[in-house]
Each structure stands twice: as structure tokens, then as C-alpha cells.
Design a protein around this ligand. Structure first.
Ligand code: MCA
Ligand code: AMP
Length: 495
């Protein structure tokens, strides 16, 4: 039995979800998810890990569908609602999903999938009552596939079992002392662990309330905070930066009202990207809270966290979470001692099962049972501190992990582009900003044309924000592009 869903029976009358101006109880969630599960089963006894994709905004509907897929024994494949058709189709093809559930808003976007991928499209609004019984789903079964970008090839589907997800939830619920009195605001996209596990699933595990705001808007967030119902907040550093800048522009009386509301919060967490110390300090001035910074990854949920009680050290990610074992290893995968830098390697029940249908990629991401994160850190006086990544081709922008190589692949398909190089450069708001250097064939095209062409090929957060035209990319004596030099060109120029 999936414990997360089983837990709901202990607090059926409690509000589970607030979305689109309505309150939904745990009983509503159980009833609606059962109805959808029976529709998906359509007379079958078990979906037996059939992949079901879904494209709906963060809402009660989203959660009902997610629970329904799990209750019917399927694998949930949440799709990014901001992705263009090509990215959506990639996920559908790769997972060989049987069907896609979508809300009316996405009907037009998903319609061609029926023809292109032989996929059954199910309009959420058309789901009727079904009959039958639900299967008993064991914890070792595959539960969810989330797509992540790496340094090789196209995005990979990270497969987590119910047991993996439960371990990820449990360590956070325990460490951050979740309770049914909690009420959290969720403004993050629901195709990543941060929004799905850390916020939504931890809240529902605890009998707490998760409130959705479909579109991130700084004023809407502050207005909700000022109602004094929400007592927990988790976001990426970019969001704290945007809130902070908005607060600074407000009249003093309004600032004071917001700050007073923020002071009453139980906990505020930052993660998914490095939290600049300046953001931590300014947010402390505004809210009275020292943000709790933690570290995680799609393949493992959260692994390292500053303490709930005790010192939250700026610029550090904290210590291993309960149930998680960490080591820092050198390039030969030997553990190093304190104060020596190396790769973060992780063991624990939270670690994913596999990359979907990529056994070689799965095998090469482990060494002796340790998951190799690719993040470089040092244990510094009892607290881990991230130093960077072992690849310049991974960019973190707005909390999203982005592969420079994937963007280059797309740009190279533009008729007038001979070659290109993509890098991320530091930015106080976005963490990193994506920059592209272009080598054009005839030099008679414009960057504006390229940008228009890219619009339906890349999601907004993967769009390069700065461009330069070059005769050739910087290369070393072997002819290999030197990304560090390219980064420097962007940092030193106003392009
Ligand atoms: C959008 N814009 C950008 C970027 N993204 N500019 C520079 N760099 C970017 N990356 C611009 C748009 O072009 C637009 O500009 C304006 O910002 C608003 O765009 P919009 O898409 O509406 O952005 P937003 O809604 O304000 O989004 C900002 C955001 C979003 C809320 C911070 O990026 C976000 O939700 N990030 C969180 C991602 C996340 O959940 N990551 C977790 C994965 P203009 O107005 O000029 O057109 S990591 C994870 O799960 C692991 C396990 C972990 O550790 O947590
Ligand atoms: P994703 O694969 O999208 O789950 O992103 C995981 C990556 O985000 C990690 O491998 C880290 O590089 C980065 N990350 C997450 N939390 C932090 C943090 N607190 N500080 C620095 N980097 C982080």
C-alpha cells in the first residue's frame, strides 16, 4: 500500500489542497483520485507500471491525477506545462506513454500527439465515474519518471520507486518537523522534485495544507503571506531575489506589514541552486528568518541540509539528512578527508532506481553502490560547502538544470549557423544567465531571426539571454572549444 495515500485516511476532513479559489479535503482527494484510477484501469486489474503522462497546471486536478496513476499501479510522468511541443513529444516517445491526461487549456498543444505518437489523449474534464477495485501496489514498484539534463545525450528519465519517494519524504518530514498544522505555498513547477516532493508530498504526508499559485507573481505571493494562513515557504534563490527586490520598492508601511507577516512563519527554505550570501542576509533583514539552505538532486531528492534547530551557516549546505550517507571522493573515487575537495557521492534508500531504459547511463552513475552527483564540495568545519560542478556544460538558471550541449544541438540546426558555443555566466538574480556565441555561415542573418526561430524549439528558461557573433570559438591546441575562455569573453563584454 502506498503510505502517502494511506495516510490521507487519518485526516479526511482536513483541507489538503487550496487551488483556484477552492478548498479540497483529503476525502475529496481520495474520491477524485479513485474515480480517475478506475477510468485509467478501464476494466484492467492493474496498470503494471504503464506510463501515464499528464499536463495540467499545479492544482487539485494535478494531485488527483498523480494519486490516481499511483493507485492504479502506473508510472506518473508529469509534463512541464511551459514546454514546447517538441520537448513534450520527446518525453512521450521516450517513456512510450500509453495515454496523456490534459486539461482543456493544453488540448491544442497535445492534440497532434494522438497522430504523431499513437497516444491516447484524455481530457481531464471528460473523466466520468468508473467501477471496479484498485490493485495493491508494492513499494518497490516504479512510481515516477522525471526528466533531467546531463552532459551526454538527450534528457534522461529518472525513475523513482514508491520506496524512493517515501524515503525522500520521510527524511524531510522528520528533519524539518512537518505537522498537520502546517500550510505551505507552492509556486514551483510540478515536473521537478522541489515542487513535487519537498512541498506537495511532504505536506500531504503530514496532513498539512498545500496551496497553489499557478503563476508566480511577487505581489500575489506577498498578498497571500499577509493573510497569515501560510506558515511555510520553500523556493529557489531566484524567487527570494525577486521577492526581495519587489519589497524594496514598496512604501514603508507596506514593507512593515509584509515583514510582520513573514516573521510569524515557522520555516523558510532555499534550494535547487546556490543561495548567494547577500540574498540570505537581505532576506534575513526583511523577514527575520535565516533561510535554511539544503542540497538535492532529481536522482535522490534531498541529501544534505542545514539544521532546523541549530546554526544555519551561510554559504554552506549543511550535513547529511537522516537516512542518507555522504562521502567526498577524489577522481579515483577514494574518500578524501575533511577540508579536501571532491565529488559528493551518496548512498541511501532515497536514491533513484535507474535512468529509464538507459542501463549504461545508470551503471556509470554509480561506483561501488555510491551515486556520483557530479557536484564538487568540501566538508568545512562540519558543514558541506559546494565549490562547483565537474562539468562546465551544466548551467543552473532560475533553479532549472540546463545542458549547454542540448541548446547548442538545437541552435546548430538553424540554417545560417555554422557552429555555436553555449555557456552560463554568474548572475545575482538567475544564478546563471545563458549566453550563446554564434559562428554564422554568411553573416547576413540576424540574432532576432534566430530568437524567433528558437521560440517553439526551446522552453523559455532555456533561451539564451545574451549573444555574440564570432569568427570562431576559442579553442585549445587540440582544437577543443574552451568554455572557460568563452565564459570570460561574455563576462568581460557588454554583449
Ligand atoms: C525566465 N526569464 C529568464 C529566465 N527565465 N531570464 C533569464 N534567465 C532565465 N532563466 C525571463 C523571461 O524571458 C521573461 O522575460 C521573464 O523572465 C518572466 O518569465 P517567466 O517564464 O514568466 O518566469 P517566471 O514565472 O518569473 O519564472 C521565474 C521562476 C522560474 C519562478 C524563478 O524560473 C521557476 O519556477 N524556477 C524554479 C525551477 C525549479 O523548480 N527547479 C527545481 C529543479 P520578459 O518579461 O522580458 O519576457 S531542481 C530540483 O528539483 C532539485 C531536486 C532540488 O535540489 O531542488
Ligand atoms: P536537478 O538535477 O535539476 O535536480 O538539479 C540538481 C542540482 O542542483 C545539483 O546537482 C546541484 O548542482 C544543484 N543544487 C541543488 N541544491 C543546491 C544548493 N543548495 N547549492 C548549490 N547547488 C545546488
Amino acid at each position: 500500500m502506498i503510505t502517502l495515500i494511506n495516510n490521507a485516511t487519518s485526516h479526511i476532513d482536513q483541507v489538503a489542497i487550496k487551488s483556484n479559489g477552492r478548498d479540497y479535503t483529503y476525502q475529496d482527494l481520495l474520491d477524485t483520485s479513485e474515480k480517475i484510477a478506475l477510468t485509467l484501469l478501464n476494466g484492467r486489474s492493474d496498470l503494471n507500471e504503464t506510463r501515464i503522462a499528464f499536463m495540467v497546471d499545479p492544482s487539485f486536478d494535478y494531485v488527483s491525477i498523480q494519486w490516481a496513476i499511483w493507485r492504479a499501479g502506473g508510472i506518473a510522468v508529469p509534463l512541464c506545462v511551459k514546454h514546447p511541443y517538441t520537448s513534450v513529444k520527446y518525453v512521450i516517445d521516450d517513456t512510450q506513454a500509453e495515454s496523456i491526461i490534459h486539461s482543456k487549456k493544453y488540448a491544442e498543444l497535445v492534440e497532434p500527439l494522438f497522430k504523431d505518437c499513437n497516444l491516447k489523449t484524455i481530457a481531464f474534464e471528460s473523466i466520468k465515474d468508473g467501477s471496479g477495485s484498485l490493485p495493491n501496489v508494492s513499494m518497490d514498484r516504479r512510481a515516477m519518471i522525471i526528466y533531467t539534463s546531463g552532459t551526454t545525450g538527450a534528457p534522461k528519465g529518472v525513475v523513482s520507486t514508491h520506496a524512493n519517494i517515501e524515503a525522500q519524504i520521510l527524511s524531510l518530514v522528520t528533519s524539518w518537523e512537518w505537522s498537520k498544522e502546517d500550510h505551505i505555498l507552492n509556486i514551483l513547477p510540478l515536473h521537478h522534485i522541489h515542487g513535487i516532493v519537498n512541498i506537495l508530498s511532504c505536506a500531504l504526508w503530514s496532513g498539512a495544507c498545500c496551496e497553489f499559485l499557478v503563476k508566480f507573481d511577487v505581489q500575489d505571493v506577498f498578498d497571500l503571506f499577509c493573510k497569515k494562513e501560510i506558515n511555510l515557504f520553500m523556493a529557489v534563490p531566484t524567487i527570494y531575489y525577486k521577492l526581495m527586490n519587489h519589497w524594496k520598492e514598496l512604501p514603508e508601511a507596506k514593507q512593515q506589514t509584509i515583514s510582520a507577516a513573514l516573521k510569524d512563519f515557522r520555516l523558510m527554505v532555499s534550494g535547487s541552486a546556490a543561495l548567494p550570501i547577500s540574498t540570505l542576509e537581505q532576506w534575513r533583514h526583511i523577514s527575520g528568518h535565516t533561510l535554511l539552505e539544503r542540497y538535492g538532486m532529481t536522482e535522490m531528492g534531498m541529501a544534505i541540509s542545514n539544521p532546523y534547530h541549530g546554526e544555519r551557516r551561510p554559504g554552506h549546505i549543511g550535513q547529511a539528512l537522516s537516512g542518507v550517507t555522504i562521502r567526498i571522493a577524489d577522481e579515483q573515487n577514494n574518500e578524501v578527508t575533511e577540508n579536501q575537495s571532491g565529488e559528493i557521492q551518496v548512498k541511501g534508500p532515497n536514491i533513484f532506481k535507474e535512468y529509464w531504459q538507459k542501463p549504461e547511463a545508470t551503471t556509470s552513475s554509480f561506483v561501488g553502490g555510491w551515486f556520483k552527483t557530479g557536484d564538487i564540495a568540501v566538508l568545512d568545519d562540519g558543514y558541506y560547502r559546494i565549490l562547483g560542478r565537474n562539468s562546465v556544460d551544466i548551467i543552473k538558471s532560475g533553479g532549472y538544470k540546463i545542458s549547454a550541449l542540448e541548446i547548442e544541438e538545437v541552435i546548430r540546426k538553424y540554417p545560417d549557423v555554422k557552429d555555436c558555443g553555449v555557456v552560463g555566466i554568474p548572475d545575482p538574480e538567475w544564478g546563471e544567465i545563458i549566453c550563446a556565441s554564434l559562428i554564422l555561415i554568411k553573416n547576413n542573418d540576424t540574432i532576432a531571426n534566430l530568437k524567433t526561430w528558437l521560440k517553439d524549439k526551446l522552453p523559455g528558461y532555456q533561451m539564451p539571454r545574451r549573444y555574440i557573433l564570432q569568427d570562431d570559438l576559442p579553442r585549445n591546441v587540440m582544437g577543443k572549444v574552451t568554455k572557460k575562455e568563452l565564459k570570460k569573453i561574455f563576462i568581460d563584454s557588454d554583449a
